[in-house]
Design a protein around this ligand. Sequence first.
Ligand code: SF4
Length: 489
Amino acid sequence: MNLSKSKYCEGITCLKKLWLSTYKPEVKEDVKESVFETGTEVGELAKNIYGEYIDIEFNTDLKQMIEDTKKALDVKGDINITEASFNYDNNFCSVDILRRIGNSYEINEVKSSTHVNPIYLDDISYQYYILSHLGYKVDKCNIVTLNSGYIRHGELELDRLFTINDVTQEVLRKQKEIEQNIIDINSNMTKEEPRVSLDTYCKDPYDCPYFKYCTQNLEHPNIFDISGMNFSTKCTFYKKGLISYKELLHEKMNPKYKEQIEYELGLRKENIELDKIEEFLNTLEYPLYFLDFETYQEAIPSYDGISPYMQVPFQYSLHVKRNENAPLEHYEFLAEAGIDPRRSLAEQLVKDIPKDVCTIAYNMSFEKTVLKNLASLYPDLSKHLLNIREGMKDLMIPFKNRDYYNKEMKGSYSIKYVLPALFPDDPELDYHNLPLIHKGDEASNAYATLHLKSKKEQEEIRKGLLVYCELDTYAMVKIWEKLQECIRK
Ligand code: SF4
């Protein structure tokens, strides 16, 4: 088989994964990459880190790329070539940035991550294998990652934005295993689907897009449906043949996992601990401000004060209940596309939420982090923003503590599970019924690319974002009302 960097890495992670992607790609789950995970923008920018370069243009005819690389290498003197392409014995690779300094070569593999994942070492080792077998003297191998500690101030500083990780020694140590890996991969790429057990490699280094296919014949629910359990622990049970909830029922495990199994097998009834719910509700005082932020992340920070992958707030929804008999009020903010959204958002927020009130979030650590970051960015608004943060309460608590729990929550206390468990047949509270945006990652992606859309598309997307975020806080109001109903009964 003709191997590439990605096929080699797939093959050494799981032979079945490579087999499926080669012979049965139609069973692959559609895993949507978020816009900042595509790595294209990072790769393009990183081409500049060593100065001028010759770029080998992508061509579906790989022979052409190899030919173009040969021509580029004919240039005398030190040189940087991006996407330099080579083939050795049906093993193909494009080197993100190849440097020739004197008679030696340096391989640079660019990743949009902020750390060196072990699979990157296999990727770059495979490149070293090809180049060294073609007779190139490779002295250095680097994995170029993003520096999460870099905060943009003014023009992007590429030498600080990127971290160059020298992995030459690791690459040299891996050379012994590559030949055998290639033989193993080739001998398994027959017409027959390899028989491979589920294991940690199904989630590490990446969520495998064939997981649904590989688990299709298992009884449901099963060990992989237990919420919050470490995946390697799940694999340990799986390999012992303890898979269905009935098989797992008498096994030793953390009581919260056991509880999930017992509830879902119908051995326990809904749990509602009225005293604890009342105790929680008594910590909330009118007026109540139900708040939810939407944020997006960028690999390459567009604005000052932002680090790679920092959560940047661009939208919020706010429902307000001033007293028991007051009507529910709604406020919202959605930044214009293509600008730094933070200042206008922070200014509007301090107008919408006064000081010394009870602000309610669901999983408040996220909202608190956003408020803290805004406060450190804008000293003039800092006191007010930190005051909102101080007065924050978390509606998730009764569900996290399982003071209110039923089997429909499936071991989770996320609002996306709690809401349908409390309101199973309410179309008004069903995220599936929303137009365009149904989840947080869809909202992030939609905003991050909003400025690239036509005016008409932007209008539609903005409507989608507004109704999505409004449902987040409306859902919180309904959950709070439900808790109140419980203690009144
Ligand atoms: S789900 Fe696991 S076993 Fe199946 S192809 Fe993916 S990595 Fe291999």
